[in-house]
Every structure is written in structure tokens, then in C-alpha cells.
Design a protein around this ligand. Structure first.
Ligand SMILES: *Cc1c(COP(=O)(O)O)cnc(C)c1O
Length: 420
């Protein structure tokens, strides 16, 4: 066997050839490391995942699936995809897995394409109550090409109103029902959704983009036994490369594969597919399971810390990696809270809360998530400090510089990408 020298991420080559972009890469790493990253959909991938992403697999055209490609020379990338598919099936107990979607939105487009024709009716969670753009927004393909009926949360409990879901399903007879959201802090009752889907003969799609990592880490119940198809992103709690994935029952396998390629995509990003395989291996470890549980403990501790300082947690708390926080108690809007936190080195996003009186670009809430800070090794005790810093940043904007100093001291104790 010949040995081949690995040509991996070589920063010096980039710095020599294109210092302008090299500087941006360094500045972004510095930005991410020197502040608190509380965006619920972000995480810090491992060096192993980054190495696969920055590899020569990016060069390979591999339209098709392992063993059935439209190009020659796929012997090695085939192995990576087969390993990734097997790891996904094993980790999630799924009958079929497709690792090729370029993103969560692409995965969802493929699921719509597999089961629906334009004009068909879909029942999904309303955007202002936590649903995703691909669940029927008028500016997205889903809202433009499909007849999307929306369910929401109850005004009193701020929990999904399963009676409303059932009533809407009976009235509108959707061909597909989507469970899953982008800003819903609670567990979803997949069995209830399955029952409703069966009653009206609908496909049940679970968009698990946000929480699939918690499922992988066995910290919350899995949608896989209940859903016809589960779509998700690989870069949120799951801590893989930016990308998408679809799991399905065996009976839908051919439909899903054809919808991803050739219906929606061309050549797969084989470097990303290999990086997904790496992330799936990591997610099957005992260390990752401990991580997933810690992510939830931290989110609960952070929500409690914010509640103790006059910020209400929507639905009273969280069962997951994120909390939706009503900031009206501090007499600010979500946009103001986001801006003031940003000035203090705390990155989070404004977010509409259910029945929000404000426009989405202003909003009455913020969304905070703990995947990144937990990857950095922070624990529940640190969450109380973070809650205090957020409260101070919002109520005392003049002390932003002082708070930023405290943020830097905290992240210095738990550095991201500290491999020295
Ligand atoms: C993040 C997310 C997506 C989209 O993922 P992208 O990779 O940004 O396209 C889809 N659905 C839900 C519920 C999400 O949270």
C-alpha cells in the first residue's frame, strides 16, 4: 500500500495566497471565542469535523448514490457515504437515511417534493408561534407553492394546542402534517401527532432540526418511531457540519432519495457527507450523551436565572436546549435587548413570543440556547452568572464595557477551540 500525505486544512497556504480572506477567518474565530454565543441554532464543531469539511472530498462529483453514480472515481466517497448512512440508521434506529441535503431547508424541500404536488394542503406550526420559514411562510417555497394551514400554541399555557391540531386536520384533510419548530422550548407529543395523522390519512413529517442532537444523545424522546419522515439540520445541537439529513421508513426510501437527487439537488457535497459521518460517530459516544443532558440542564438553569431577574420564560421554562424569554418585564423590546447584549459581547437573537403585539423585526422576546456554551464546558453555575450579565446588559446599557470584560473572563475560563 502506498502512503499518501494528507493534504488537510493548511492555514499558512491560505494566509500566503489570500491574506484578505485569511484575516476574516481569524477575526471570526476571535469573535466567536471572545464573546458568549447563545444563538440556539449554533454550536462549535470538533476539529475532526472541520478536517473532513476542509478536505479534497470537496472536489469529487458524485451525483447519485453509493454504487449507482453518474460519475467514475467514486470508490472512496462511496465508502464515506455508506458509513455515514449506517451510522445514522444505527444511532437513530431508522430504516433509511439520506445524508445528501445541503441544508435543513433543502431537506424540507425534498420532503415536500417526495410526498406532495403543488397546491396540496399541509398542516404546520405557525411562524409567529415558533414554526420555521419552510413551514408555510409566504416568502418561502412552502407558502408560495402549497396551501399551508397553521396551528399554534394556546394563549394560556403557550403549549401546542393538540385539540386545535386535530380540529384543523379534520377540517382541512392535509396530505402532510409537520411537527417541529424553531422556537418552541418544550417536548412535542409525537404520539399525539401520529394519531391525528392516521385519523386523516396524512404523512407525518417531523422537522427535528433544532432538537435532533438531544435525541442522538438520548436526552429526550425520539420522533423516529412515530414519523414517516424526520428531517433535520446537522449543525445545531448535533454539532456536525452545516447541512441537512433525512430519516424515513423503508417504504418511503426510494421516494426520499429521488426527491433529494435528482429532483432538488445535483452533486452532493461529499466533504460535508464525510463530515456528517464523523459527527454521527461522535454523537454515538458516551461523552456526547453527557453533553446532551448538560445542554438541557444548562438551558433550564439559564431560564431560571433570567426569570429570577424579571424576564418571563415562555411556557414557564424549557425541556430542551433553548428558552424563549419575554423581556417586556424589563421595559425593552426584543430588538433593544439583542442590541444591548451584543454591545456587551453576548450574542443572542430577538424572537417573537406567542401572540406578540410587536412586529417580528422588533419582537417582545429573545431566544437563548446553550449548545455552544455547553460545548465550551460551562455548567449550571455559570448559567446564573450569564443570566446576571444579560440582565445587567439590558438594564444598564452604559456599563456594556464592564460587562464585556466579565464575559471575556468567563469565556477565558472555558475557551472554545482551546487545543494548546
Ligand atoms: C434551522 C431550521 C431549518 C433550516 O435549516 P437551514 O440549514 O438553515 O436551511 C429548518 N427547520 C427548522 C425547524 C429549523 O430550526
Amino acid at each position: 500500500m502506498t502512503t499518501v500525505q494528507f493534504w488537510g486544512p493548511d492555514f499558512s497556504a491560505l494566509a500566503a495566497e489570500d491574506p484578505e480572506i485569511a484575516d476574516i477567518l481569524l477575526a471570526e474565530l476571535d469573535r466567536a471565542r471572545s464573546g458568549l454565543q447563545l444563538i440556539a441554532s449554533e454550536n462549535f464543531t470538533s476539529p475532526a469535523v472541520l478536517a473532513a469539511l476542509g478536505s479534497t472530498l470537496s472536489n469529487k462529483y458524485a451525483e447519485g448514490y453509493p454504487g449507482k453514480r453518474y460519475y467514475g472515481g467514486c470508490v472512496e466517497v462511496d465508502k464515506a457515504e455508506v458509513i455515514g448512512i449506517e451510522r445514522a440508521k444505527e444511532l437513530f434506529g431508522a430504516e433509511h437515511a439520506n445524508l445528501q441535503p445541503h441544508s435543513g431547508a433543502s431537506a424540507n424541500l425534498a420532503v415536500y417534493g417526495a410526498f406532495l404536488a403543488p397546491g396540496d394542503t399541509v398542516l404546520a406550526m405557525s411562524l409567529p408561534h415558533g414554526g420555521h420559514l419552510t413551514h408555510g411562510s409566504k416568502v418561502n417555497f412552502s407558502g408560495k407553492w402549497f396551501d399551508v394551514v397553521s396551528y399554534g400554541v394556546r394563549a394560556d399555557t403557550e403549549l401546542i394546542d393538540y385539540d386545535e391540531v386535530r380540529d384543523l386536520a379534520r377540517t382541512h384533510r392535509p396530505k402532510m402534517i409537520i411537527a417541529g419548530a424553531t422556537a418552541y422550548p418544550r417536548l412535542i407529543d409525537f404520539a399525539a401527532f401520529r394519531e391525528i395523522a392516521d385519523e386523516v390519512g396524512a404523512i407525518l413529517m417531523v422537522d427535528a432540526a433544532h432538537f435532533i442532537g438531544l435525541v442522538a444523545g438520548k436526552a429526550i424522546p425520539s420522533p423516529v418511531p412515530y414519523a414517516d419522515v424526520v428531517s433535520f439540520t446537522t449543525h445545531k445541537v448535533l454539532r456536525g457540519p452545516r447541512g441537512g439529513m433525512i430519516l424515513s421508513r423503508a417504504e418511503h426510501a426510494a421516494k426520499i432519495d429521488k426527491a433529494v437527487f435528482p429532483m432538488m439537488q445535483g452533486g452532493p457535497l461529499m466533504h460535508a457527507v464525510a463530515a456528517k459521518a464523523v459527527a454521527l460517530r461522535e454523537a454515538a459516544s458516551a461523552g456526547y450523551q453527557a453533553y446532551a443532558s448538560a445542554v438541557i440542564e444548562n438551558a433550564q438553569a439559564l431560564a431560571a436565572a433570567l426569570e429570577a431577574r424579571g424576564m418571563r420564560a415562555v411556557s414557564g421554562g424549557t425541556d430542551t436546549h433553548l428558552a424563549l424569554i419575554d423581556v417586556r418585564g424589563l421595559d425593552v423590546t426584543g430588538a433593544e435587548a439583542e442590541e444591548r447584549c451584543d454591545a456587551a459581547g453576548i450574542t443572542l437573537n430577538k424572537n417573537a413570543i406567542p401572540y406578540d403585539p410587536q412586529k417580528p423585526m422588533v419582537a417582545s422576546g429573545i431566544r437563548v440556547g446553550t449548545p455552544s456554551v455547553t460545548t465550551q464546558g460551562m455548567a449550571a453555575a455559570d448559567m446564573d452568572l450569564i443570566g446576571a450579565l444579560i440582565a445587567q446588559a439590558i438594564t444598564e446599557p452604559a456599563s456594556a464595557g464592564d460587562i464585556a470584560g466579565q464575559v471575556q473572563a468567563l469565556v477565558a475560563r472555558h475557551p472554545a477551540y482551546d487545543r494548546t
